[in-house]
Structures are given as structure tokens and as C-alpha cells.
Design a protein around this ligand. Structure first.
Ligand SMILES: NC(=O)c1ccc[n+]([C@@H]2O[C@H](COP(=O)([O-])OP(=O)(O)OC[C@H]3O[C@@H](n4cnc5c(N)ncnc54)[C@H](OP(=O)(O)O)[C@@H]3O)[C@@H](O)[C@H]2O)c1
Length: 203
């Protein structure tokens, strides 16, 4: 997998560091590569990053995604777009519809959007890896699981076309982490019988 993380802020640099440390070929795409200090992986222009990638992680402000798509939509052809960006003030937080319209040759997944950067930087909470909910087409499930696992989180698949369900998890996370005071280093864990001691459960 060759990953381009677009946006060099908190989410972009945190995810790129984790992907790179896990051995994934990773670059950061920036509007101004020369201005980025202390990057965890190589920083190139957005166009260069997209050209070399099969997987593209959107880590810009949600308000910047339309401009990105207007300029770079055709360059997403054949790529898997993993959307971490939130349109927090909009009726819909994800950019699935906009990607479909501006980059019809791309595939789309929703991940890394529903928990704070603190969890991606330090995925163990009380010694246990947080679960991370995501939605993607079946054909892209394994690739997104690889990315989430690279960050140290346990991927939990909601199925295809469940982007707004992922977004609802964002608001639950916000409610608990911020309004209810549990703190931004908070996560969830799905419990099933296969987690029982002695079963051959996932980690
Ligand atoms: N922070 C969190 O806890 C968190 C958690 C989950 C999801 N998210 C989502 O992830 C995305 C990034 O969040 P963040 O906290 O990493 O934000 P951030 O620290 O402000 O970084 C955003 C980066 O996006 C790039 N960018 C591209 N177009 C931009 C524009 N018009 N204005 C400003 N920056 C622009 C910039 O990198 P270059 O200058 O190098 O291009 C910038 O460093 C957001 O959509 C946010 O909703 C954030």
C-alpha cells in the first residue's frame, strides 16, 4: 500500500507517523511543503503525493475538501479515498457525496473521523486498544483495517455505505469526551462472546 496523507496538521502528521512506523509507504501532501517543520515522513506537494499513491487519506479541514476536490478530483481516479475530515458545521459531516461527484473514479471509505487525535496518537486506553468504527466497500475493508491496525486501534467494520452512522459515533464520542468530561483520550470497545478468555478472539 502506498499512502498519501493530505494535510500536515494534527491528524495528518499523527496518522502519517503511525503508518510510516508500521512500515507502510507513506508521504504527506501539503499546500506548502517547504513550510512544514518536523514532519514524521517525507512531505511533498499534494499533486506529487497523489501521483504516487493508491490510498489517499483526507486530513484537511472539512471546509477545505471541496476546494481540494475541485483541483485534484481527477488525480484521485483509481485511488481509495479514506475520509478523516469533518464538515462540523454542515448537515452531513462526511464528504462521500462530494467525492462521488468530483472524483467518480475513486473509491470511498470513512475512518479516522470519529475519535480525537489523542486516541490516534496513543491508542491504548487503560492498557486496551480502543475500537475504531469505519465504513467502506467490502473490497476495501482489508485495506482500511490495515490502516486502522497500523495506528494501533482495533478496526470495527460497520459495512458499506454507513458513512453517516460513523458520523453519529463522532457526536457520541464528543458528547462523552467533552461534555460529559471523560476526556479526549477516550474510546469504545465492542464486546462479543468471541472475546471470552480461551476463544480464538481477535486481539
Ligand atoms: N483534531 C482531531 O482530534 C480530529 C479528529 C478526527 C478528525 N479530525 C478531522 O481531521 C481534519 C484535520 O484536523 P486537524 O485537527 O489535523 O486540523 P489542523 O491541525 O488544522 O490541520 C489541517 C491541515 O490541513 C491542511 N489544509 C489544507 N487546506 C487547508 C485550509 N484551507 N485551511 C487550513 N488547513 C488546510 C493544512 O496542511 P498544509 O498547510 O500542509 O496543506 C493543515 O495543516 C479535520 O477535517 C478534522 O475535522 C480531527
Amino acid at each position: 500500500m502506498a499512502v498519501a496523507v493530505i494535510g500536515t496538521g494534527k491528524i495528518g502528521s499523527t496518522l502519517a507517523r503511525a503508518f510510516g512506523a508500521a512500515g507502510l509507504e507513506t508521504v504527506l501532501g501539503s499546500r506548502d511543503p517547504g513550510a512544514v517543520a518536523d514532519a514524521p515522513v517525507k512531505v511533498v506537494t499534494v499533486a506529487e503525493a497523489l501521483a504516487g499513491a493508491d490510498t489517499v487519506v483526507l486530513a484537511q479541514p472539512g471546509t477545505a475538501v471541496d476546494e481540494f476536490l475541485a483541483e485534484h478530483g481527477p488525480a484521485l481516479d483509481g485511488r481509495l479515498v479514506v475520509d478523516a475530515a469533518n464538515r462540523l458545521a454542515a448537515p452531513v459531516q462526511n464528504s462521500a457525496a462530494e467525492v462521488a461527484e468530483r472524483a467518480p473514479g475513486a473509491r470511498y471509505a470513512r475512518a479516522f473521523s470519529s475519535q480525537g487525535v489523542e486516541v490516534f496518537a496513543d491508542p491504548l486506553i487503560g492498557g486496551t486498544a480502543s475500537d475504531h468504527l469505519f465504513s467502506a466497500a467490502e473490497e476495501d475493508r482489508a485495506a482500511v483495517e490495515e490502516l486502522i491496525s497500523a495506528v494501533g486501534l482495533r478496526p470495527v467494520y460497520l459495512g458499506p455505505d454507513q458513512y453517516e452512522l460513523v458520523d453519529r459515533a463522532l457526536w457520541i464520542w464528543f458528547r462523552l469526551a467533552v461534555a460529559q468530561g471523560h476526556g479526549r483520550h477516550s474510546g469504545f470497545r465492542l464486546l462479543t462472546d468471541s472475546d471470552a478468555p480461551g476463544s480464538d478472539a481477535r486481539d
